[in-house]
Design a protein around this ligand. Structure first.
Ligand code: SF4
Ligand code: SF4
Length: 269
């Protein structure tokens, strides 16, 4: 059974390095098929990244079982002290970026494992940072995500840049919202440090003409109709269109209400 403990008194914060795709979430879930099949036999002999097998992606949502994802073999996970203040910075990078598989190069503009499965959709970080109404409709629940770093001296030394493992562990545990946890991994109970994944998108989210941040359900549906329709049909069967229409109406009503409240507040000022 998974157990989460309160960490020490919190001080600093942890965020992503100021560069596109520093969250690396798709390298745990969407791009990689089971057993890293996309890598191929030849590349599987190449050296692993620092995050591989030590850092997992944990997804939690109320009333549902925790989900734990392994990273791709080539994911590098690095934490360093920010150069500007006392906070920590995470950077997740592909260690074979120039030679990465074709499906990784195309993602998320061309998502899907093969030509026949190809279906373009928002990337996982885009969905993670999307408004709650979107997640409620598409996933039927809101969910949170954490990086789970194995609580061991060797692992902390391998992911922390420029710090000894004891100093690094202490810095991490003093960071806001970081928790210690024991997680069930296959047949074992293992200790992890849980780092909540920050939701800031600016400079982090990959965006292109096809891939824009999710602002509303209507906009996301317009952008990725085929993918979203498939999800809704899986969840709601023949009722999917009614559910979509109701969710859009509700979201737009809420926006109008908030705008009216803001206008009233400004008038009072
Ligand atoms: S922003 Fe999207 S495409 Fe970039 S690493 Fe994160 S999940 Fe992948
Ligand atoms: S090969 Fe690189 S880009 Fe592709 S899933 Fe692995 S770490 Fe991510």
């Amino acid at each position: 059974m998974d157990t989460i403990y309160q960490a020490h008194k919190n001080h600093g914060s942890i965020t992503f390095a100021e560069s596109e795709c520093s969250d690396g979430m798709c390298c745990f879930t969407c791009v990689i098929p089971q057993n890293n099949r996309h890598i191929g036999l030849f590349k599987s002999l190449w050296k692993s990244g620092t995050g591989y097998s030590h850092v997992k992606l944990l997804v939690t949502s109320e009333g549902h079982k925790n989900e734990l994802y392994d990273s791709c073999k080539f994911l590098d996970f690095a934490i360093s002290k920010s150069s500007t203040d006392a906070s920590l910075e995470m950077d997740l990078r592909c260690s074979i970026y120039k030679s990465r598989p074709r499906q990784c190069m195309g993602y998320p503009d061309k998502a899907g494992e093969s030509l026949y499965e190809r279906i373009c959709g928002p990337c996982i970080f885009n969905e993670y940072t999307a408004p709650g109404a979107y997640k409620q409709l598409i996933y039927k629940r809101e969910w949170n995500a954490f990086y789970a770093i194995r609580d061991s001296e060797e692992v902390i030394r391998s992911v922390f840049v420029h710090e000894g493992s004891l100093v690094a562990r202490e810095a991490l545990l003093k960071t806001k919202d970081v928790h210690l946890a024991t997680l069930s991994v296959e047949t074992e109970e293992l200790d992890y440090i849980l780092v909540p994944i920050p939701k800031r998108t600016q400079n982090i989210l990959y965006s292109s003409e096809q891939h824009q941040p999710i602002a509303t359900i209507r906009q996301a549906y317009h952008q990725w109709e085929e993918k979203i329709q498939r999800n809704l049909q899986n969840h709601y069967g023949s009722e999917w269109e009614t559910r979509l229409k109701n969710a859009i109406e509700m979201e737009e009503k809420d926006v109008r209400k908030r705008c009216n409240e803001d206008t009233a507040d400004n008038l009072e000022c």
